[in-house]
Design a protein around this ligand. Structure first.
Ligand SMILES: Nc1ncnc2c1ncn2[C@@H]1O[C@H](COP(=O)(O)OP(=O)(O)OP(=O)(O)O)[C@@H](O)[C@H]1O
Ligand SMILES: [Mg+2]
Length: 346
């Protein structure tokens, strides 16, 4: 009976990211990709907007409405709002008339606590799941990056998200070594904000810093120096002001968080058993997550570690795609194993 349901049910793969939430539906691909932001009424905590609409309100809300990033810094900072957000996104994908409830695989940061993990699971059930599996973001990212995770060889995946960076060595479907740091693309933005304030006495917002990072940011020394004009508030006069900033300065501002990520990758390589490390040198480190899109970052990491680095195709979609493929992949794996052992025993 369970198999009958599996054949007709829909499988959802959910990337519950600190910056963005993505949902993959089997047979359809990514159907939701929205910022992990919820706008609520201050006193009543009533939800007024979720996702893209709520992000537009971030830092621009009037007094009675607050825009919350419930998963800020890679941890669930606000459990109640996280639950509401998950239920909202899922309800957008699941029509009420569906007879067979869907199965869901949710990719979450490795560093979340057991209580948070259970709360995520609970929200998915409340949103209408028949079966829920919560898996590590790294594992989902590796599947989504087409890494053959069940092979008996070592693969390293480095997922740089908004609030977290996870570096994992995977072999035979399990994590051999894993390190997660609460540092990602958001810290890149913060480093730019700090730099502009201390060097130019200019206060800029998070969205301006992110825009600067994506447009002229670079981790490796650039061939052509690029420039960009930004606007902010003068820290001394309090008046609005423009400033032209170049890519060399942005790279210098990003040095510290980038070094921290590189060090963590080196540390993980150091914890990897030699045979698996040899495989990684051969195959390269695979990078996923939006933070890995920073220009020149794969090149810099390769230079610093001496190991080839490959940027996955569509790095921001890997976790959702991998979570979406999880049930089928593990089922096929179990089937193959059964056939092999049955053949041996006959
Ligand atoms: N082209 C780009 N260049 C540099 N950074 C980028 C680019 N595109 C996206 N980013 C950054 O990627 C980050 C978001 O990535 P992603 O959606 O993978 O995070 P997340 O999965 O929500 O977070 P986490 O994995 O930490 O929970 C943001 O910090 C964003 O600024
Ligand atoms: Mg992520």
């Amino acid at each position: 009976m369970a198999r009958f349901f599996d054949a007709f049910s829909t499988d959802l793969g959910i990337d519950l990211g600190t910056c963005n939430t993505l949902i993959h539906v089997r047979g359809k691909g990514i159907v939701i990709s929205e910022p992990s932001v919820v706008a609520v009424e201050r006193g009543t905590k009533k939800v007024v907007a979720v996702g893209t609409e709520a992000k537009r309100m971030l830092n621009k809300t009037p007094g009675d409405i607050i825009a919350i990033q419930p998963l800020r810094d890679g941890v669930i900072a606000d459990l109640e709002t996280t639950e509401k957000m998950i239920r909202f996104f899922i309800s957008k994908v699941i029509p009420r008339r569906w007879l067979v409830k869907p199965r869901m695989v949710i990719g979450v940061p490795t560093c979340i606590t057991e209580v948070e993990r259970r709360a995520v699971e609970e929200s998915a059930y409340k949103a209408g799941a028949r079966e829920v599996k919560v898996i590590e973001e790294s594992l989902a990212a590796a599947i989504g990056a087409n890494i053959p995770i069940f092979e008996p060889s070592g693969h390293m995946v480095c997922d740089i998200g908004g609030g977290t960076t996870e570096i994992s060595v995977i072999s035979l479907g399990g994590m051999v070594a894993t390190n997660a740091i609460r540092l990602g693309g958001d810290e890149f933005d913060e480093a730019i904000i700090k730099h502009v304030r201390s060097v130019h006495n200019l206060i800029i917002g998070e969205q301006t810093a992110e825009n600067l990072k994506m447009t002229i940011g670079n981790a490796s020394p650039e061939k052509k120096i690029e420039k960009m004009e930004i606007k902010g508030t003068d820290a001394i006069t309090g008046l609005p002001r423009r400033l032209e900033i170049d890519s060399v300065e942005v790279r210098e501002a990003l040095q510290e968080p980038i070094d921290a990520i590189t060090e963590e990758i080196k540390r993980t390589l150091g914890q990897t058993p030699p045979e698996l490390a040899a495989d990684i040198v051969e195959r390269g480190i695979v990078m996923t997550g939006g933070g890995s899109l920073l220009k020149g970052l794969p090149r810099l990491i390769s230079k610093e570690t001496g190991v080839p680095v490959i940027l996955a195709e569509n790095p921001m979609l890997c976790v959702a795609n991998g979570a979406g493929a999880y049930f089928e992949l593990t089922r096929d794996m179990a089937k193959n194993k059964k056939t092999i052992y049955n053949n041996l025993n006959t």
